[in-house]
Design a protein. Structure first.
Length: 202
């Protein structure tokens, strides 16, 4: 994926004049402030400022002044300070992150409710998603009795939960083990609570 990032500079388009007197031509109110605000951008969106420089030039005679020679009043400082939109990208990415977190929690809670509701009335033939440390696989309910649930394990594991569907692409072959293991309802509930059984495979 192409990621466009770097730094750019923004300059105030409107001249901001001080009320200072030029020492060269003695014209009052002729010294203009040029503000150069540098900022970091990501995908061409201003993300956060990374510094500012200021130039002071008399618009009558062209005399230039160093920053340490100029003392600005509060009103002029307000006009040339960095604009808030230089933080816009930071706010956008923060909002995206918050939305992704909330959406992920909502999906996780929905899956958890569905799983616990299903486990109260399990049915044979349904596949469940399971997690082995950092790998994922499927187990299938083979039989349900009043006190136990019997599972068979899929022959393969995969490194991503999103790719679990690939384990069932070859429908011509049953890839579940012939060995069936039974667990009590309490033990199955503990598997759900401990995060081993993580969802219903749809």
């Amino acid at each position: 994926m192409l990621i466009l990032f770097g730094s750019r500079s923004y300059t105030n388009k409107d001249l901001t004049y001080t009320d200072l007197k030029c020492c060269n031509c003695e014209q009052e109110g002729s010294i203009a402030v040029f503000a150069f605000h540098n900022y970091f951008h990501l995908f061409m969106i201003p993300t956060f400022p990374i510094g500012s420089q200021y130039a002071y030039v008399c618009q009558e005679c062209g005399a230039e002044y160093d920053e340490q020679d100029i003392i600005l009043d509060e009103e002029t400082k307000r006009k040339v300070r960095r604009p808030l939109w230089l933080f816009s990208g930071l706010l956008v990415f923060l909002a995206i992150g918050v939305f992704a977190l909330l959406y992920g929690n909502m999906v996780s809670n929905t899956r958890e409710r569905e799983l616990k509701a299903f486990m109260s009335e399990p049915r044979a033939g349904v596949m469940l998603e399971v997690e082995y440390d950092y790998d994922y696989s499927l187990i299938r309910i083979e039989k349900v009795t009043p006190d136990s649930i019997y599972f068979s394990n899929h022959e393969y594991v995969i490194g991503s939960r999103r790719l679990l569907y690939t384990l069932q692409e070859d429908e011509s072959k049953d890839q579940f083990s012939d060995d069936v293991e039974g667990y009590t309802y309490q033990e199955v509930g503990e598997m759900v609570d401990n995060g081993f059984i993580i969802g219903i495979h749809k």
